[in-house]
Design a protein around this ligand. Structure first.
Ligand code: AMP
Ligand code: MG
Length: 331
């Protein structure tokens, strides 16, 4: 199969529509990461997504809809706090989990009685979803467990020959996956952290919980069980206060003739006296936007990426830290 990369316009949207209505999958840009979308109403099309990615079939998919889509046709029991949050943060990088009406194919939720819904803000995602006017099931458009794609080229390097079309909307501005929020209880509960932080949710609706997955237990958000976001080279991880250990490992690796990179924020980069740096920038938002692009750039030439993570676990940094530790916690 030939994989085309096209900008979003009338012609490419017609192609995308034909593919999706024919039961195929198309990669499309969102503000978080690129998605691999298929018709959520078509069970065979949804199965294809799992096949193409090599995704475990108990890790449910998020359904993407345009901003005027009637989500009450898909889910019910939408609490008042969720309506407030939707008003403040949607369209945007916040996925909300509700009770499912089971109108989409059961494979989307892998048999759960809930459904995760997202309304992306990327203008090209909105154009694509509006043009199709269908609920589109979409995980990230990468091979399962690899680093999520934030450019059309990243999608191409993972899925070339496996999908017919990649809609190119430039580099994703957020850079990490959406916040996933369980909206089926008395108060919202963060299942996966992202650019809409727990603090921002608390400021809007007063209370917000956070779910911590324990190894071996059944997961409220099944994706938590899996290894994720890993580059193809070796990795290791240190925190800011042990940066000297990161430098020691860097020197030991380069001494052995290996190509090592230190991945860190700008402040740490200025302090460390090493040649090969993957610089994530300064603010948590910049770090989120750069993380996957730097991991994918690094893995092209590095034998090992040595991450130095900030000691800050609040706000947006929490999401960055979650992805960084999953990607670099050694292999
Ligand atoms: P990905 O599509 O790879 O960005 O991952 C989607 C994330 O959303 C995974 O962590 C899933 O476990 C989570 N998710 C999707 N649907 C549900 C649901 N119905 N309930 C809880 N978590 C969900
Ligand atoms: Mg993913």
């Amino acid at each position: 199969m030939v994989t085309e990369i096209l900008p979003v316009n009338g012609q490419s949207l017609l192609k995308a529509k034909k593919i999706i209505e024919g039961g195929g999958a198309v990669a499309f840009p969102t503000e978080t990461v690129y998605g691999l979308g298929a018709n959520a109403l078509d069970g065979n099309a949804v199965d294809k997504i799992f096949e193409i990615k090599g995704r475990p079939n108990d890790n449910p998919l998020i359904v993407h809809v345009h901003k005027d889509f009637d989500i009450e046709s898909l889910v019910y029991d939408i609490p008042d706090y969720a309506k407030k949050l939707a008003k403040r943060f949607l369209p945007g990088p916040l996925t909300m989990v509700y009770k499912s009406r089971m109108t989409v194919a059961s494979a989307v939720s892998c048999g759960l009685d809930t459904l995760a819904i997202r309304v992306p803000s990327h203008p090209d995602a909105q154009k694509f979803l509006k043009f199709l006017n269908l609920p589109i099931a979409a995980p990230s458009a990468n091979v399962s467990k690899h680093v999520s794609p934030v450019t059309a080229e990243h999608v191409f390097s993972d899925l070339n020959g496996k999908i017919p079309l990649i809609l190119d909307g430039g580099k994703c501005s957020c850079g990490i996956e959406s916040t996933v929020l369980d909206c089926t209880g008395e108060i919202p509960v963060v299942l996966r952290s992202g650019l809409v932080s727990r603090e921002m949710i608390e400021q809007t609706v007063g209370a917000c919980g956070e779910y911590a997955y324990k190894q071996g237990a059944p997961a409220r958000s099944p994706g938590m069980k899996y290894k994720h976001y890993s580059p193809t080279c070796r990795t290791s991880l240190y925190f800011e206060d042990e940066a000297d250990k990161a430098v020691a490992e860097y020197l030991s690796e380069t001494g052995k003739g290996n190509r090592a990179y230190i991945l860190c924020d700008d402040k740490t980069a200025q302090k460390l006296n090493v040649g090969n740096i993957l610089n994530l920038g300064s603010s948590p938002e910049q770090m989120a936007a750069n993380l996957y692009a730097e991991l994918r750039e690094g893995e092209k030439t590095a034998d090992i990426i040595i991450a130095v993570a900030p000691n800050d676990d609040s706000g947006v940094m929490r999401g960055v830290l979650n992805r960084l530790t999953k990607a670099c916690r050694g292999q």
